[in-house]
Ligand binder design. Structure first.
Ligand code: G3P
Ligand code: MG
Length: 355
Protein backbone atom coordinates (compact mmCIF):
# COMPACT_ATOMS: atom_id res chain seq x y z
CA UNK A 1 0.00 0.00 0.00
CA UNK A 2 1.24 3.42 -0.73
CA UNK A 3 1.50 6.04 1.96
CA UNK A 4 -1.71 7.77 3.03
CA UNK A 5 -0.76 11.43 3.21
CA UNK A 6 -2.16 14.92 3.08
CA UNK A 7 -0.72 17.93 1.27
CA UNK A 8 1.26 20.02 3.77
CA UNK A 9 -1.36 22.82 3.71
CA UNK A 10 -3.84 20.43 5.36
CA UNK A 11 -1.49 18.90 7.91
CA UNK A 12 -1.83 21.56 10.59
CA UNK A 13 -5.39 20.73 11.60
CA UNK A 14 -6.50 17.12 11.53
CA UNK A 15 -10.29 16.89 10.98
CA UNK A 16 -12.36 17.16 14.16
CA UNK A 17 -14.53 14.23 13.07
CA UNK A 18 -14.05 10.65 11.97
CA UNK A 19 -16.20 7.85 10.57
CA UNK A 20 -16.54 4.15 11.46
CA UNK A 21 -18.24 2.06 8.78
CA UNK A 22 -19.86 -1.25 9.54
CA UNK A 23 -19.25 -3.67 6.63
CA UNK A 24 -21.97 -6.33 6.28
CA UNK A 25 -25.29 -4.75 5.38
CA UNK A 26 -23.79 -1.26 5.04
CA UNK A 27 -20.98 -1.27 2.46
CA UNK A 28 -21.10 -4.88 1.28
CA UNK A 29 -23.44 -7.82 0.92
CA UNK A 30 -21.10 -10.77 0.50
CA UNK A 31 -18.43 -9.21 -1.68
CA UNK A 32 -20.73 -6.84 -3.58
CA UNK A 33 -20.73 -3.11 -2.74
CA UNK A 34 -24.17 -1.75 -1.77
CA UNK A 35 -25.86 1.57 -1.07
CA UNK A 36 -23.52 3.65 -3.24
CA UNK A 37 -20.59 2.63 -1.00
CA UNK A 38 -17.91 3.02 -3.68
CA UNK A 39 -19.00 6.55 -4.56
CA UNK A 40 -19.40 7.51 -0.91
CA UNK A 41 -15.93 6.27 0.09
CA UNK A 42 -14.29 8.02 -2.85
CA UNK A 43 -15.48 11.33 -1.37
CA UNK A 44 -13.18 10.73 1.61
CA UNK A 45 -10.06 10.87 -0.61
CA UNK A 46 -8.60 13.76 -2.64
CA UNK A 47 -8.26 13.79 -6.42
CA UNK A 48 -4.98 11.87 -6.17
CA UNK A 49 -6.54 9.03 -4.17
CA UNK A 50 -4.98 10.28 -0.93
CA UNK A 51 -7.06 9.90 2.25
CA UNK A 52 -8.34 13.22 3.63
CA UNK A 53 -11.02 12.17 6.16
CA UNK A 54 -10.08 9.68 8.92
CA UNK A 55 -12.26 6.60 8.58
CA UNK A 56 -12.08 2.96 9.59
CA UNK A 57 -14.14 -0.16 9.04
CA UNK A 58 -15.51 -1.35 12.37
CA UNK A 59 -16.89 -4.79 11.62
CA UNK A 60 -17.73 -7.76 13.80
CA UNK A 61 -16.74 -10.02 10.91
CA UNK A 62 -13.30 -11.56 10.57
CA UNK A 63 -11.31 -14.76 10.25
CA UNK A 64 -8.45 -13.22 8.28
CA UNK A 65 -5.58 -10.92 9.24
CA UNK A 66 -6.32 -7.19 9.06
CA UNK A 67 -3.75 -6.82 6.24
CA UNK A 68 -5.53 -9.44 4.13
CA UNK A 69 -8.95 -7.94 4.83
CA UNK A 70 -7.63 -4.50 3.84
CA UNK A 71 -6.42 -5.90 0.51
CA UNK A 72 -9.81 -7.58 -0.12
CA UNK A 73 -11.73 -4.41 0.76
CA UNK A 74 -9.48 -2.32 -1.51
CA UNK A 75 -10.32 -4.68 -4.35
CA UNK A 76 -14.09 -4.81 -3.69
CA UNK A 77 -14.47 -1.06 -3.06
CA UNK A 78 -11.90 0.42 -5.45
CA UNK A 79 -10.13 2.66 -2.89
CA UNK A 80 -6.82 2.20 -1.03
CA UNK A 81 -7.54 0.75 2.41
CA UNK A 82 -4.68 0.44 4.91
CA UNK A 83 -4.62 -2.44 7.47
CA UNK A 84 -4.82 0.23 10.19
CA UNK A 85 -8.29 1.09 8.86
CA UNK A 86 -9.61 -2.42 9.51
CA UNK A 87 -10.91 -3.16 13.01
CA UNK A 88 -12.54 -6.60 13.17
CA UNK A 89 -14.55 -8.36 15.86
CA UNK A 90 -11.46 -10.21 17.01
CA UNK A 91 -9.06 -7.24 16.90
CA UNK A 92 -9.40 -6.59 20.69
CA UNK A 93 -8.01 -10.11 21.32
CA UNK A 94 -4.62 -8.46 20.68
CA UNK A 95 -4.91 -6.84 24.09
CA UNK A 96 -5.05 -10.28 25.78
CA UNK A 97 -1.65 -11.45 24.60
CA UNK A 98 0.07 -10.82 27.95
CA UNK A 99 -2.38 -13.14 29.71
CA UNK A 100 -2.09 -16.09 27.32
CA UNK A 101 1.13 -15.43 25.38
CA UNK A 102 2.73 -18.86 25.95
CA UNK A 103 -0.36 -20.86 26.99
CA UNK A 104 -1.97 -23.48 24.78
CA UNK A 105 -5.08 -21.86 23.26
CA UNK A 106 -7.59 -23.12 20.69
CA UNK A 107 -8.84 -20.81 17.92
CA UNK A 108 -12.24 -21.49 16.33
CA UNK A 109 -13.83 -20.28 13.11
CA UNK A 110 -13.79 -19.85 9.34
CA UNK A 111 -10.73 -18.56 7.49
CA UNK A 112 -7.40 -18.58 9.32
CA UNK A 113 -8.24 -18.16 13.02
CA UNK A 114 -4.92 -19.56 14.28
CA UNK A 115 -2.90 -17.37 11.89
CA UNK A 116 -4.84 -14.31 13.09
CA UNK A 117 -4.04 -15.12 16.74
CA UNK A 118 -0.37 -15.87 15.97
CA UNK A 119 -0.06 -12.51 14.26
CA UNK A 120 -1.47 -10.89 17.43
CA UNK A 121 1.43 -12.46 19.36
CA UNK A 122 -0.08 -15.66 20.85
CA UNK A 123 2.75 -18.19 20.65
CA UNK A 124 1.03 -21.53 21.34
CA UNK A 125 -2.19 -21.46 19.31
CA UNK A 126 -3.85 -24.32 17.43
CA UNK A 127 -6.93 -24.17 15.22
CA UNK A 128 -9.89 -26.33 16.25
CA UNK A 129 -9.59 -28.09 12.86
CA UNK A 130 -6.11 -29.31 13.76
CA UNK A 131 -6.96 -29.83 17.44
CA UNK A 132 -9.88 -32.16 16.62
CA UNK A 133 -7.59 -34.27 14.46
CA UNK A 134 -5.35 -34.94 17.48
CA UNK A 135 -8.08 -36.98 19.24
CA UNK A 136 -9.16 -40.16 17.47
CA UNK A 137 -12.96 -40.49 17.15
CA UNK A 138 -13.66 -37.18 18.92
CA UNK A 139 -16.11 -36.35 16.13
CA UNK A 140 -18.10 -39.48 15.21
CA UNK A 141 -19.62 -37.61 12.25
CA UNK A 142 -16.24 -36.82 10.67
CA UNK A 143 -16.37 -39.77 8.22
CA UNK A 144 -19.55 -38.27 6.74
CA UNK A 145 -17.98 -34.84 6.23
CA UNK A 146 -16.62 -35.04 2.73
CA UNK A 147 -14.82 -31.71 3.03
CA UNK A 148 -12.41 -32.68 5.83
CA UNK A 149 -9.10 -33.40 4.16
CA UNK A 150 -6.53 -32.37 6.79
CA UNK A 151 -5.98 -35.77 8.42
CA UNK A 152 -2.46 -36.24 7.09
CA UNK A 153 -1.34 -32.83 8.30
CA UNK A 154 -0.98 -33.72 12.01
CA UNK A 155 2.21 -35.53 13.02
CA UNK A 156 2.18 -38.20 15.74
CA UNK A 157 4.54 -36.06 17.84
CA UNK A 158 2.12 -33.15 17.74
CA UNK A 159 -0.76 -35.49 18.54
CA UNK A 160 0.94 -36.79 21.68
CA UNK A 161 1.84 -33.25 22.86
CA UNK A 162 -1.73 -32.04 22.40
CA UNK A 163 -3.17 -35.22 23.98
CA UNK A 164 -1.39 -34.47 27.23
CA UNK A 165 -1.49 -30.65 27.43
CA UNK A 166 -4.40 -28.70 28.90
CA UNK A 167 -6.01 -25.97 26.81
CA UNK A 168 -5.89 -22.75 28.85
CA UNK A 169 -8.45 -20.76 26.83
CA UNK A 170 -10.66 -21.00 23.73
CA UNK A 171 -11.18 -18.06 21.35
CA UNK A 172 -14.04 -18.05 18.85
CA UNK A 173 -12.39 -15.80 16.27
CA UNK A 174 -14.91 -16.09 13.44
CA UNK A 175 -18.07 -18.02 12.51
CA UNK A 176 -17.87 -21.74 13.20
CA UNK A 177 -17.89 -23.76 9.98
CA UNK A 178 -18.73 -27.11 11.55
CA UNK A 179 -21.16 -26.42 14.41
CA UNK A 180 -21.66 -30.07 15.41
CA UNK A 181 -17.93 -30.76 15.76
CA UNK A 182 -17.12 -27.40 17.34
CA UNK A 183 -19.92 -27.69 19.93
CA UNK A 184 -18.75 -31.22 20.73
CA UNK A 185 -15.03 -30.40 20.98
CA UNK A 186 -15.55 -27.11 22.85
CA UNK A 187 -17.81 -28.88 25.39
CA UNK A 188 -15.07 -31.51 25.78
CA UNK A 189 -12.45 -28.82 26.43
CA UNK A 190 -14.63 -26.65 28.65
CA UNK A 191 -16.06 -29.32 30.97
CA UNK A 192 -12.75 -31.12 31.59
CA UNK A 193 -10.52 -28.19 32.45
CA UNK A 194 -8.98 -28.30 28.98
CA UNK A 195 -8.31 -31.97 28.20
CA UNK A 196 -10.97 -33.86 26.20
CA UNK A 197 -11.70 -37.33 27.55
CA UNK A 198 -10.49 -36.58 31.10
CA UNK A 199 -12.44 -36.01 34.33
CA UNK A 200 -14.49 -32.87 34.91
CA UNK A 201 -12.47 -29.79 35.80
CA UNK A 202 -12.70 -26.00 36.05
CA UNK A 203 -13.89 -24.31 32.86
CA UNK A 204 -11.09 -22.57 30.95
CA UNK A 205 -11.94 -18.99 29.85
CA UNK A 206 -13.98 -18.74 26.64
CA UNK A 207 -13.96 -15.62 24.45
CA UNK A 208 -16.11 -14.73 21.45
CA UNK A 209 -15.18 -12.08 18.90
CA UNK A 210 -18.81 -10.93 19.05
CA UNK A 211 -22.34 -12.05 19.80
CA UNK A 212 -24.29 -11.15 16.64
CA UNK A 213 -27.39 -13.32 16.50
CA UNK A 214 -27.77 -12.57 12.80
CA UNK A 215 -26.19 -10.48 10.05
CA UNK A 216 -27.01 -9.44 6.51
CA UNK A 217 -25.00 -11.45 3.98
CA UNK A 218 -25.57 -12.00 0.29
CA UNK A 219 -28.79 -14.02 0.84
CA UNK A 220 -32.08 -12.12 0.93
CA UNK A 221 -32.87 -12.74 4.60
CA UNK A 222 -30.41 -12.50 7.49
CA UNK A 223 -28.07 -15.39 8.34
CA UNK A 224 -27.22 -16.83 11.76
CA UNK A 225 -24.10 -15.29 13.26
CA UNK A 226 -21.71 -16.08 16.10
CA UNK A 227 -24.38 -15.27 18.69
CA UNK A 228 -26.52 -18.11 17.32
CA UNK A 229 -23.56 -20.48 17.65
CA UNK A 230 -23.01 -19.21 21.22
CA UNK A 231 -26.66 -20.01 22.09
CA UNK A 232 -26.28 -23.55 20.72
CA UNK A 233 -23.03 -24.13 22.61
CA UNK A 234 -24.27 -22.58 25.85
CA UNK A 235 -27.56 -24.42 25.81
CA UNK A 236 -25.89 -27.80 25.27
CA UNK A 237 -23.09 -27.09 27.77
CA UNK A 238 -25.60 -26.05 30.43
CA UNK A 239 -27.61 -29.24 29.82
CA UNK A 240 -24.62 -31.51 30.47
CA UNK A 241 -22.84 -29.53 33.17
CA UNK A 242 -23.92 -28.32 36.60
CA UNK A 243 -22.10 -24.98 36.44
CA UNK A 244 -23.38 -22.54 33.80
CA UNK A 245 -21.05 -21.59 30.93
CA UNK A 246 -19.09 -18.37 31.44
CA UNK A 247 -17.82 -16.35 28.49
CA UNK A 248 -17.12 -12.83 27.22
CA UNK A 249 -17.47 -11.23 23.80
CA UNK A 250 -15.27 -8.32 22.79
CA UNK A 251 -16.72 -6.91 19.53
CA UNK A 252 -19.58 -4.42 19.06
CA UNK A 253 -21.66 -3.49 21.09
CA UNK A 254 -19.04 -3.96 23.85
CA UNK A 255 -17.72 -0.49 24.86
CA UNK A 256 -14.19 -1.95 24.51
CA UNK A 257 -14.73 -2.17 20.74
CA UNK A 258 -15.72 1.51 20.52
CA UNK A 259 -12.83 2.64 22.78
CA UNK A 260 -10.45 0.68 20.61
CA UNK A 261 -12.00 2.19 17.44
CA UNK A 262 -11.58 5.69 18.87
CA UNK A 263 -7.89 5.04 19.60
CA UNK A 264 -7.35 3.77 16.05
CA UNK A 265 -9.17 6.76 14.54
CA UNK A 266 -7.01 9.10 16.62
CA UNK A 267 -3.88 7.38 15.37
CA UNK A 268 -5.17 7.70 11.83
CA UNK A 269 -6.09 11.38 12.18
CA UNK A 270 -2.76 12.27 13.74
CA UNK A 271 -0.78 10.45 11.13
CA UNK A 272 -2.60 11.25 7.90
CA UNK A 273 0.66 12.76 6.66
CA UNK A 274 2.86 9.89 7.89
CA UNK A 275 3.44 6.44 6.56
CA UNK A 276 0.76 4.39 8.32
CA UNK A 277 3.19 1.59 9.03
CA UNK A 278 5.06 3.91 11.41
CA UNK A 279 2.16 5.45 13.32
CA UNK A 280 3.13 7.92 16.03
CA UNK A 281 1.31 6.49 19.08
CA UNK A 282 2.29 9.31 21.43
CA UNK A 283 0.93 11.92 19.04
CA UNK A 284 -2.32 9.97 18.56
CA UNK A 285 -3.31 10.52 22.17
CA UNK A 286 -3.31 14.27 21.76
CA UNK A 287 -5.96 14.38 19.03
CA UNK A 288 -9.54 14.91 20.18
CA UNK A 289 -12.60 14.37 18.04
CA UNK A 290 -15.74 16.46 18.33
CA UNK A 291 -17.71 13.74 16.61
CA UNK A 292 -17.26 10.12 15.56
CA UNK A 293 -19.94 8.81 13.25
CA UNK A 294 -20.85 5.10 13.43
CA UNK A 295 -22.71 4.01 10.30
CA UNK A 296 -24.36 0.64 10.91
CA UNK A 297 -27.29 -1.56 9.91
CA UNK A 298 -27.87 -3.47 13.16
CA UNK A 299 -29.67 -1.53 15.93
CA UNK A 300 -28.81 -4.08 18.64
CA UNK A 301 -25.13 -4.04 17.77
CA UNK A 302 -23.94 -0.92 15.94
CA UNK A 303 -26.45 1.58 17.30
CA UNK A 304 -26.68 0.19 20.81
CA UNK A 305 -22.87 0.15 21.02
CA UNK A 306 -22.40 3.71 19.77
CA UNK A 307 -25.16 4.96 22.10
CA UNK A 308 -23.55 3.24 25.09
CA UNK A 309 -20.11 4.55 24.15
CA UNK A 310 -21.49 8.10 24.44
CA UNK A 311 -19.53 11.22 23.42
CA UNK A 312 -18.18 11.67 20.74
CA UNK A 313 -20.12 8.84 19.04
CA UNK A 314 -23.05 9.73 16.73
CA UNK A 315 -24.92 6.63 15.48
CA UNK A 316 -26.43 6.55 11.99
CA UNK A 317 -28.65 3.64 10.91
CA UNK A 318 -28.99 2.54 7.28
CA UNK A 319 -31.86 0.56 5.78
CA UNK A 320 -29.70 -1.75 3.63
CA UNK A 321 -29.12 -4.55 6.13
CA UNK A 322 -30.57 -6.01 9.33
CA UNK A 323 -32.81 -2.97 9.97
CA UNK A 324 -35.65 -3.01 7.48
CA UNK A 325 -37.98 -0.41 9.01
CA UNK A 326 -40.11 1.98 6.98
CA UNK A 327 -38.55 5.21 5.74
CA UNK A 328 -38.73 7.83 8.53
CA UNK A 329 -39.01 5.12 11.19
CA UNK A 330 -36.36 4.31 13.81
CA UNK A 331 -35.59 1.40 16.10
CA UNK A 332 -37.82 1.54 19.19
CA UNK A 333 -35.32 0.34 21.80
CA UNK A 334 -32.06 1.63 20.35
CA UNK A 335 -32.93 4.61 18.15
CA UNK A 336 -30.14 6.10 16.02
CA UNK A 337 -29.50 9.86 15.87
CA UNK A 338 -30.27 9.61 12.17
CA UNK A 339 -31.87 6.97 9.92
CA UNK A 340 -30.97 7.01 6.21
CA UNK A 341 -31.59 4.74 3.25
CA UNK A 342 -27.98 4.07 2.33
CA UNK A 343 -24.36 4.60 3.33
CA UNK A 344 -24.08 7.17 0.56
CA UNK A 345 -26.87 9.22 2.19
CA UNK A 346 -25.02 8.95 5.51
CA UNK A 347 -21.73 10.22 4.04
CA UNK A 348 -23.54 13.04 2.22
CA UNK A 349 -25.12 14.09 5.52
CA UNK A 350 -21.78 13.98 7.38
CA UNK A 351 -19.87 15.98 4.80
CA UNK A 352 -22.69 18.54 4.53
CA UNK A 353 -22.61 18.88 8.30
CA UNK A 354 -18.86 19.03 8.76
CA UNK A 355 -17.33 20.77 5.73
O1 G3P B 1 -20.11 -12.21 10.80
C1 G3P B 1 -20.09 -10.83 10.61
C2 G3P B 1 -21.34 -10.20 11.03
O2 G3P B 1 -21.84 -10.79 12.20
C3 G3P B 1 -21.33 -8.72 11.18
O3 G3P B 1 -20.46 -7.97 10.38
O4 G3P B 1 -19.69 -5.87 9.36
O5 G3P B 1 -22.07 -6.11 10.08
O6 G3P B 1 -20.28 -5.92 11.80
P1 G3P B 1 -20.65 -6.38 10.42
MG1 MG C 1 -23.65 -5.00 9.73
Amino acid sequence: FSTISLPSSQQAEPPSFGIAFDIDGVVLRGSTPIGGATKALRRLYDDYGVLKIPFIFLTNGGGVRESKRAAELSEFLGVKISPLQVVQGHSPFKQMVNRFENELIVAVGKGEPATVMSEYGFKNVISIDEYALCFDNIDPLAPYKKWSTMEAAVSSTKKSIINSARVQAAFVVSDSVDWSRDVQVLCDILRTGGLPGSEEGPQPPLFFAHDDLKYQGAFSSERFGMGAFRIALESIFNSIHTKALTYASVGKPNPVAFKNAEVVLKQLASSLHHDLTTVDHANSRSHDFQKLYMIGDNPLVDIKGARQAGHPWFPILTRTGVFKGDPHSNHAEFPANLVVDTVEDAVNFILRNEL
